[in-house]
Ligand binder design. Structure first.
Ligand code: ZN
Length: 296
């Protein structure tokens, strides 16, 4: 009896130590892509890192052309610099906005020169800071229509989510000679947006893809399944020589940053790995579906 009580106590302590998202999802299936094994939990852990990783600035540094990294170790944020003002892609958590502003200043740019704010998808770790960025810069806030209901739930400290321009699949955002095209790659959220643009370095122009997350939930509803199936096909049609994303782990950020600092050719120009993340997420999506169908 005493042993049983102790076991129960130990189990409840363990449950407390595990974050909420891990408690709701059993950690399977597991898949292997490129010799590496992944589970749903290992993918989330890889994406988020520790609390410190989520809030500690990485760099800031120049990625390619007019694109700079101003995010944290695990949550990406990009500054795109133009002669007519700058574009910020992803504010991340609201508590990170001062860190991002500091990174922008460290690079020699003015945070108040941000004229347009874009987002990857309507989750707090990518867009919770939008209202504060709007307050600090007056930037035009752009959102994919399908993500608006989810964005409206994002009200840090009671601030309403700002919205100035509604876009759809294929729409373009242009400032000072730079154009970004929005691609609806839904599934992870309804309005998950992958952005494409070009960047020049040493007289050559490269296609840049800032991909949206393709991570499937623990339970895949039929509507979400259809969205993912379209997105896995669609994303592979996007031009890409430089892959970026909402979490550094999706494109080997830490390893590439270390190589960048060491000098030599720009490690971010890596066309052969542009869709490696899509391969991982698609394998996991299919494995989750297969388990689900066995249960039904
Ligand atoms: Zn997300």
């Amino acid at each position: 009896m005493r042993n049983a009580m102790q076991l129960m106590l130990a189990a409840s302590v363990l449950a407390l130590a595990v974050p909420a998202w891990a408690q709701t999802a059993p950690d399977h299936p597991s898949i292997t892509v490129g010799g590496q094994t992944y589970t749903p939990l290992s993918i989330v852990t890889r994406n988020m890192g520790t609390k410190e990783d989520q809030t500690t600035a990485l760099g800031p540094f120049h990625v390619i052309g007019n694109i700079y990294y101003v995010g944290t170790r695990t949550l990406s944020s990009y500054l795109i610099v133009t002669p007519q003002g700058n574009i910020l892609v992803d504010s991340t958590y609201e508590r990170n906005v001062p860190t991002i502003a500091k990174s922008v200043a460290k690079l020699g740019f003015k945070f108040s020169d941000i004229k347009i704010l874009l987002g990857n998808h309507a989750h707090a770790d990518h867009q919770e800071g939008d209202a504060l960025v709007k307050q600090m810069t007056g930037a035009q806030v752009v959102a994919m229509e399908d993500d608006i209901p989810a964005l409206q739930f994002m009200t840090p400290e009671g601030k309403e989510h700002p919205l100035d321009r509604i876009i759809h699949d294929g729409d373009k955002v242009t400032l000072g000679g730079t154009t970004l095209t929005a691609h609806l790659t839904a599934g992870h959220t309804r309005g998950c947006t992958s952005w494409t643009t070009t960047a020049s370095e040493n007289g050559k122009t490269y296609n840049v893809l800032i991909g949206c997350s393709l991570r499937a939930p623990a339970v895949i509803a039929p509507g979400t399944q259809a969205e993912f199936e379209r997105s896995f096909k669609y994303v592979r049609t996007l031009p890409c020589e430089v892959q970026l994303g909402d979490h550094g782990s999706q494109f080997n950020l830490l390893e590439k940053y270390a190589r960048l600092k060491a000098g030599g050719p720009n490690p971010f120009i890596d066309p052969k790995n542009c869709f490696h993340e899509a391969d991982i997420e698609e394998a996991m999506f299919k494995a989750i579906l297969a388990e689900q169908q066995k249960r039904d």
